[in-house]
Design a protein around this ligand. Sequence first.
Ligand code: G6P
Length: 471
Amino acid sequence: MKLYIISNRLPVKAVHRDGAYLFTRSEGGLATGLHALHTRYEKHWIGWPGVDVETDEDRRSIREELAKMNFHPIFLTPEQIANYYEGYSNSTIWPLCHYFFAFTRYRKDFWEAYRKVNALFCEEILRRIEPDDIVWVQDYQLMLLPGLLREHRPALRIGYFHHIPFPSYELFRILPERAEILRGVLGADLVAFHTHDYMRHFIGTAERVLHIDFRLDETQIGNRCVRVDALPMGIDYAAFHGISSNAGAQPLIAKTREQFGDRKLILSVDRLDYSKGILHRLRGFGSFLERYPEYRGQATLAMVIVPSRDRVNSYADLKTEIDKEIGAINGRYSTMEWTPVRYFYHGFSFEELAAMYYVADVALVTPLRDGMNLVAKEYVAVKNDNPGVLILSEMAGAAVELADALPINPNDTEQIAAAIHRALTMPVEEQLRRIERMQAVVSTQTVNKWAADFMKELADVCRRNEAVRRK
Ligand code: G6P
């Protein structure tokens, strides 16, 4: 029995360098989290390898390399990348689900491409699967896929996980294709979200748009039951928690410490995305330096921003704004010895990143909306016997579980400034106490537990549906 994980992006991406293809890790919570997943099933993964590949020869060689890892690529044309990925996925659904209603673009060619690419994934899956395999579809780029698969294989076991927020009915109803999208998702046997709020929004929206009824967390579509649940995704806790004894990371921890000296280190890590509240965070840090001048020269904000979706206008514009804001803060406060904001516009290796988490006195996580935010969990996990404070936006899914973080509303610059000050002056015992309590949660709700819970519930719904079909 095989488990097919289906996501827009594979957990590795092919990068063309010096006439050859190299494979590197993909960015983003979904790929990072799910890649670490261990399961008793033979795990296969279908998705886009992240590049536009021109020749059949190159496609063949990429396919062969990926097959060694049980990864199976879906190649997209430049037009599909523009209209399905940058278009409908990231200029229509993404902004809408993150409450950036004004950024949402409605174009027929985006929608057509979205339908076509979902159908392309469907064909590839149908070519590969056997009747007792399980298909687990991931995220908003593939919301039509469960429905398409269901049309062809009524008895197939299909799960769907939505990794980003699901907005309230008032917002989702704006989408012209709302009914098709919801019907697509309901092709799955189990549909899950990170939080109860997203789940509640989904149920309310489906009831009102499709005129169906839910009984608590279930609805009946024909003779099939569809269950909806909230299952918060976790991380590979052991990998992060063991970082201080990881031989590869030890010299990096020492180097990071040396780099930042005795100064307090405030760290943030995200993809470049308007939903992450990067400008709000910078303004909050600027205000902190303004209000607490004793910290000038004493605290550094290290911002790791991983390039993302840079051909979508709203992302490219944001990059310019961030550069400007950092320039303004650094221009105003820098001294010969100190740069207030250290800005890295590129990714880091797992060990480098974990070393930064380990050394950082504060993690500043300020999304305006975020499905979950695994960075918050990674920071908590890395801490061992060393203190640290997590400042976390109330708008991140992770805030539901991480009650011992310092909560902030990212729209409140003054609150961010005050939270940084509180974090930097918090007694060590309190820091350790809070971290310990959060670790109790993060070490229990790991990525493997999350997946096992999902699979168990999926099996349960499928068993019931099968019994009904047999009658
Ligand atoms: C978020 C989404 C993922 C996505 C990731 C990276 O975590 O939930 O589905 O893969 O961002 O975005 P990208 O557009 O680079 O795949």
